[in-house]
Design a protein around this ligand. Sequence first.
Ligand SMILES: C[S@@+](CC[C@H](N)C(=O)[O-])C[C@H]1O[C@@H](n2cnc3c(N)ncnc32)[C@H](O)[C@@H]1O
Length: 237
Amino acid sequence: MTETHGFGGNWTEEKLKRVEKYLKAYATIMNKQNFRFAYIDAFAGTGYREEKKNKIDNQIFLFQQNDIKEIETYSKGSARIALEIKPEFDKYIFIEKSRKNFTELLKLKEAFKDKEKKIDLINADANSWIIDRCNNYKWQDNRAVLFLDPYGMQVNWETIKAIADTEAIDLWYLFPLGIGVNRLLKKDAGKMPASWEAKLDSILGTNEWKEAFYNEGTYGTLSTFKLVRTMGSPGRC
Ligand SMILES: C[S@@+](CC[C@H](N)C(=O)[O-])C[C@H]1O[C@@H](n2cnc3c(N)ncnc32)[C@H](O)[C@@H]1O
């Protein structure tokens, strides 16, 4: 049986629809240019995504709440979506760190036999692979769309910088604002564990966030009071 992995919800569907639309337009345009062009999926997953939904049935009103079963549905993940885009890319590069997910990803070569030679599957950390490829590749003749779709704060700023320095890659990055950065930015900067600070430094590429987010000022009219404002949510005091 094919293994899948569960993540996201409606927004995941929306995200993948947008990426798909972009990839179609990109491939159509690049097909008329003289560049070789690749799709790079650096957090590729299994090729599928698993969704858990409550079973919706036209007869649902006949059932008690307990009869409503949670069912699993499997939809295409970004890797499969990209492989079905027309016109085709010259190359498809899928990177996945988890051995288990990578084993599933290997099946893509079988499922897309006609594109087998165009598919590169890489079981590695996305950051190291991307930095190496960005710094050691002939980008004059090559172009790529790179999709960064991590679960959390796995992408380092050096990676983003290396991508930008190629001036040849279109980047789609699902930035972990709500599920990552905002959660680490506690009201009181002084109480933040050092490991969280290091994580924020690595994703933002600077420690200037401390000053930008934790901007303390004294304001007073009727009486003097202190207001600690954060850039992310101005209302949080
Ligand atoms: C949100 S899922 C990707 C979903 C995929 N875009 C899709 O639509 O099917 C994130 C994936 O990144 C993998 N991952 C996590 N850290 C990684 C890393 N440092 N390098 C490469 N892959 C990583 C996880 O194992 C997981 O499969």
